[in-house]
Design a protein around this ligand. Structure first.
Ligand SMILES: *Cc1c(COP(=O)(O)O)cnc(C)c1O
Length: 283
């Protein structure tokens, strides 16, 4: 079953296990890339994108490119020494899948310039694009079918980067509210991002209990990750879900219905992060 209950700190939460769909190709990046996975790429030579050298999106595009026999070129502005010397996580697997990585001071511009003709596909950072909506129609249907069958009205919660997943999930649901929290940038930035993708969106935005800088390490994030793993047997992702669960637990009183948490995958990214946590906090 793709939606399952977990019991955490004495309360029931439902979890949509998108981390378990499609094997290696999973999580919200699989939802976002569904439009490519299901389309004819015979006339396509290359996929071109950009972003961070540890991004989950980068890894998922590399996998899709490999599966479909298309070249993948990725622009980034920095690869840290540690990663260069010890390739691991998303970066290592993307290279293994044949990704060609290029350094640039202006990765988004370089990626756009690299696209020459209709045989090149440009994918913006984090796959935040209107075509990404397709996969969320399917996700919304799974949630609505489950809710109807079990007579539940969910309050849905998912942490955001670009806000693309929250925007398109909310757009395709009727009668259920969607809540999110910014993990990259602040609430104002997230609102703007979501409005660009869907000007009529009704996504409700919560603030994290304190300011978390994306990619930085925080002991309380590791602690809630570990507590969820030990008490529920589910591994969540550290960058987004860490902030997500801390925010959810700090705001429990505002949710009237049953809470559905969307597990958006990204587990490969944990390898690099766990390594950094162990070194920083001497665990
Ligand atoms: C990419 C990612 C997000 C952010 O998704 P957006 O659609 O950009 O908001 C959240 N959680 C995980 C695990 C991710 O990999």
């Amino acid at each position: 079953m793709s939606i399952e209950p977990i019991y955490f700190r004495g309360r029931r939460f439902w979890v949509l296990r998108d981390d378990l769909i499609g094997g290696e190709f999973n999580g919200n990046k699989a939802r976002k890339l569904a439009f490519l996975l299901n389309s004819n790429l015979n006339h396509i030579n290359r996929i071109i994108s950009y972003g961070s050298s540890q991004s989950n999106a980068m890894y998922s595009i590399s996998l899709l490119a490999k599966m479909r026999g298309v070249k993948f070129i990725y622009f980034t502005n920095h690869i840290c020494d540690f990663l260069l010397n010890n390739p691991c996580g998303n970066y290592a697997y993307a290279l293994k899948n044949g990704m060609e990585i290029r350094l640039s001071d202006n990765p988004s511009q370089s990626a756009k310039n690299e696209c020459k003709d209709s045989q090149d596909i440009f994918i913006p950072e984090g796959v935040a694009m209107s075509k990404a909506e397709l996969g969320f129609k399917e996700q919304a249907k799974i949630i609505m079918d489950f809710a109807k069958k079990n007579g539940i009205k969910f309050d849905i919660f998912l942490p955001s980067g670009t806000g693309c997943s929250a925007a398109f999930l909310a757009k395709n649901l009727n009668d259920m509210s969607v809540w999110s929290v910014p993990c990259v940038g602040d609430a104002k930035y997230l609102k703007e991002q979501i409005s660009t993708l869907d000007p009529f969106n009704k996504v409700k935005i919560l603030n994290p209990p304190k300011k978390y800088h994306f990619g930085k390490l925080y002991l309380e994030i590791y602690e809630i990750y570990k507590e969820l793993l030990d008490s529920c047997g589910v591994e969540f992702e550290l960058l987004y879900d860490g902030v997500g669960w801390l925010t959810l637990m700090a705001n429990l009183d505002i949710f009237k219905g049953e809470i559905l948490y969307i597990h958006q995958g990204g587990m490969l990214g944990n390898i690099t992060l766990l390594d950094r946590y162990r070194r920083k906090f001497d665990m």
